[in-house]
Design a protein. Structure first.
Length: 206
């Protein structure tokens, strides 16, 4: 039961931070206005592959990064929470800087950079994955994190592939509302990370 609860929390956290519906709107602003359905599918495939590769690299090397720089898990929780709070404020205010005005680029190239990295997979996901990895106690916990992210990667692919239809039915206002709601969730998760990290750090110094 606890494993399922952790999985649910991880899946919701990844979804809120990735904000695939918001990213679909950003992607459309970056890609060519005359992009075809086939090209959007290719972009969705490449972007999804990019975030999956980035996920596994961070999952496998996260511990090494912390050891090299001598960073404690609780310190990362606090700093990661601050990053997520800044991201949440931007999402709620509608001033997210995920979008980058791109020059005329090949749409397929844009799928990897900037859509895959850093728009979909940015610092928020990076720190969250490392925090979840450190909280994992068993191999089942690692599988839970992996499965939760892979499900979100699939959702990311489906949403990005159908971004033109989503924009048509939701409109810009609808997409903005969803992004603001995701921002509230990200903010709440950030507060949990910060409080948990501060409490643990305080115990260590008392």
């Amino acid at each position: 039961m606890e494993v399922f609860q952790n999985f649910l929390q991880q899946a919701i956290t990844f979804f809120a931070i990735m904000d695939p519906i918001g990213i679909s709107a950003i992607a459309l602003s970056i890609l060519s206005p005359n992009i075809t359905k086939t090209q959007i599918t290719q972009v969705a495939k490449k972007s999804t592959f990019t975030v999956l590769v980035a996920f596994f690299i961070v999952l496998l090397t996260g511990d090494l990064i912390l050891r090299i720089f001598g960073i404690a898990e609780d310190s990362l929780k606090v700093m990661g929470g601050i990053i997520l709070i800044l991201m949440a404020i931007s999402m709620v205010n509608g001033t997210t800087n995920k979008s980058t005005q791109s020059e005329e680029k090949n749409d397929v190239e844009s799928a990897i950079i900037p859509i895959g990295i850093p728009i979909a997979f940015g610092t928020g996901l990076f720190t969250t994955i490392i925090i979840f990895k450190h909280q994992a106690e068993t191999f089942i916990d690692i599988l839970s994190i992996t499965f939760a992210f892979c499900i979100n990667a699939l959702l990311f692919f489906i949403i990005l592939k159908n971004s033109t239809y989503i924009k048509k039915y939701l409109g810009l206002t609808g997409q903005n509302i969803i992004t603001k709601l995701m921002g509230l969730i990200v903010g709440a998760i950030a507060v949990q990370f910060i409080v948990s990290g501060i409490v643990s750090l305080t115990k260590g110094y008392l």
